[in-house]
Write a protein that binds this ligand. Structure first.
Ligand SMILES: CSCCC(=O)C(=O)COP(=O)(O)O
Ligand SMILES: [Zn+2]
Length: 224
């Protein structure tokens, strides 16, 4: 395969090849992408930018990135072997194909994981919180109101990431307004129209997961 180095070479700080390493470093500091876990993917039209699998995400550089074609799943650009694309690639593709997302962020945030333990059922629910206003309604793209009820589906973890693909797609179909899917004892996937919207929503979701766990610990009902 031709190296297609031009796909990951840019001096523009807003180019996906520059943004993904920067965001991974930022998210590492938040405990979202430690131990090689979690990740960030960005789509520009038919091009999907993906980090390599099993690599310390906070040390990624533009030349480490894969570029894939959304319509065919073909790899257009790959770093030297033995690198492979993130094992979360089919889950990122769910957000692009089923929601036309512009970016997808996967975190292993302890706040998200704890929320999936405290909420033992198939959904996480919280209402009447200011930070809910940072989340958008999936179907309309409009921002939610603070008094709206936020529902995030929770799917069960699996030994391999690709085994989560169908369950994630089913949860997205059952919850057309959600912009996130929690994976029990694992983390969360958040998507949005742009990387900026996706980052903001991931921060708000993370805050709300933490808030709900703390409220329950205090005997308060986050869904009340
Ligand atoms: C200790 S990380 C286990 C794999 C995982 O859940 C993840 O998010 C990272 O997968 P990748 O293939 O992108 O390294
Ligand atoms: Zn993961």
């Amino acid at each position: 395969m031709a190296d297609n180095l031009d796909l990951v070479t840019s001096s523009d700080p807003l180019h996906p090849s520059q943004l993904i390493p920067e965001l991974c470093q930022l998210f590492y500091q938040l405990g979202w992408t430690t131990g090689t876990g979690g990740g960030v993917s960005i789509r520009v039209d038919n091009l999907v930018y993906i980090a390599p699998s099993g690599i310390q995400k906070e040390r990624i550089i533009p030349l480490d990135l894969f570029v894939m074609e959304l319509s065919t799943s073909r790899v257009l650009r790959a770093p030297p072997a033995p690198a492979t694309p993130s094992s979360c690639t089919p889950l990122f593709f769910n957000s692009y194909r089923l929601r036309n997302a512009g970016a997808c962020i996967h975190t292993h945030s302890p706040h998200a994981v704890l929320a999936t333990l405290v909420y033992s059922g198939p959904t996480f629910t919280i209402r009447n919180q200011e930070m809910i206003k940072g989340i958008r309604q999936g179907t309309t793209g409009r921002g939610l109101q603070n008094h709206d009820t936020l529902v995030v589906p929770i799917i069960e973890n699996a030994p391999r990431e690709d085994q989560l693909t169908d369950a994630m797609a089913a949860a997205m179909a059952a919850h057309p307004d959600t912009c996130a899917v929690l994976v029990r004892r694992h983390g969360v996937f958040v998507w949005g129209a742009t990387w900026e919207q996706t980052k903001v929503m991931t921060e708000c979701y993370d805050y709300l997961f933490d808030m709900a766990v703390r409220m329950r610990h205090l005997g308060l009902d986050p869904a009340a």
